[in-house]
Design a protein around this ligand. Structure first.
Ligand SMILES: [Zn+2]
Length: 326
């Protein structure tokens, strides 16, 4: 009888445990991507549930976060999260924010400078608490969140991937997210002291060559789109620059390979359409010669708010799980 009772207790324990696991698995996570605007959504099983909420809206108050104080942005994010949750129990909130983030604090954000030094994690966590239990809020770099979203939607959650985002600036994301700075857009790709067009002020940076500010300062008379278009039409000056632009990306990729090994590199962002993978592969081949470091692969991919939201949720779930196992 004793052994039967013991078995019953064990069965009960198993049943209870499976209920808890099921309950946790059924809980959703909130993903937030803050870039030009804020996009917030509920994520279940690596999929967005319902339409994302966008802040600021498309009304007369403007569409960009650039002119808003950090407290206003944080409060806007919190309100959207409350709308998305609507009283449901959630596992965690993940936020992708541009710049260097550490333990929830925005240490540097070149595109949203008003956020520098702001503790976004603390502001959101205290705003969301009220009578509800504390919800873990985790803040990540926006490019890392994109990388996690790509990994989740491309079936790559089991391996390391890296993502270059080519736009106004140059983003570098990595999945899985690891502690560190990872400002790959500011990788030094040339020793020429005249290459000083990066917005951060550093000499020889990738973004100083590939980013819009750098292109405008280099050409003075042309917008980035005109440079790309002229290169396509065969204009000598622009075509020479476009090869240099590709070499810069190959160089930064080669540095990443020499530090972390070969692998899959996704390329996204509005300027990904100007990438010639043939050139990129040739230049990379010239820069990476050691045999164990061969085999990297580039793939151009389009991204969206949805992928960023999913990625923020994926990273938050992984981080929250890691904490609970500590
Ligand atoms: Zn820089």
């Amino acid at each position: 009888m004793v052994s039967t009772r013991w078995l019953d207790t064990r069965e009960l324990h198993k049943t209870l445990l499976s209920c808890v696991v099921e309950c946790v698995e059924n809980m959703a996570t909130v993903g937030v991507l803050a870039a030009e605007h804020v996009a917030v959504g509920l994520v279940e099983n690596n999929q967005l549930v319902g339409a994302p909420r966008i802040y600021p809206g498309s009304g007369p108050e403007g569409r960009s976060l650039q002119g808003l104080p950090a407290e206003t942005i944080s409060e806007g994010i919190r309100r959207q999260i409350e709308e998305v949750i609507k009283g449901k129990k959630i596992r965690a909130v993940g936020v992708g924010f541009p710049g260097i983030t550490r333990e929830g604090v925005i240490e540097e954000s070149p595109n949203l400078q008003q956020a520098k030094g702001f503790n976004l994690q603390a502001a959101l966590a205290s705003g969301l608490r009220r009578d509800r239990d504390a919800v873990p809020v985790l803040v990540f770099n926006d490019a890392d969140v994109m990388a996690a979203g790509i990994a989740a939607t491309q079936g790559q959650l089991h391996r390391m991937i890296r993502v270059w985002t080519l736009g106004e600036g140059i983003g570098y994301g990595r999945y899985p997210a690891v502690e560190g700075v990872w400002e790959g857009g500011h990788t030094v790709v040339t020793l020429d002291p005249k290459e000083n067009f990066c917005a951060c002020g550093g000499v020889g940076h990738l973004e100083g060559i590939m980013g819009h500010r750098g292109i405008r300062l280099r050409f003075l008379d042309l917008e980035p789109e005109e440079v790309f278009e002229n290169a396509r039409r065969g204009d000598g000056r622009c075509a020479t620059f476009l090869k240099f632009w590709h070499r810069a990306l190959a160089a930064a990729t080669a540095t990443s390979i020499h530090l972390e090994g070969p692998g899959k590199f996704f390329i996204s962002g509005p300027n990904a359409c100007y990438v010639d993978l043939g050139w990129l592969n040739i230049y990379l081949g010239e820069m990476v010669k050691m045999s164990p470091l061969q085999g990297s692969l580039f793939e151009i991919i389009s991204t969206s708010d949805e992928i960023g939201i999913i990625g923020a949720a994926v990273n938050a779930e992984r981080a929250a799980l890691g904490r609970s196992q500590e």
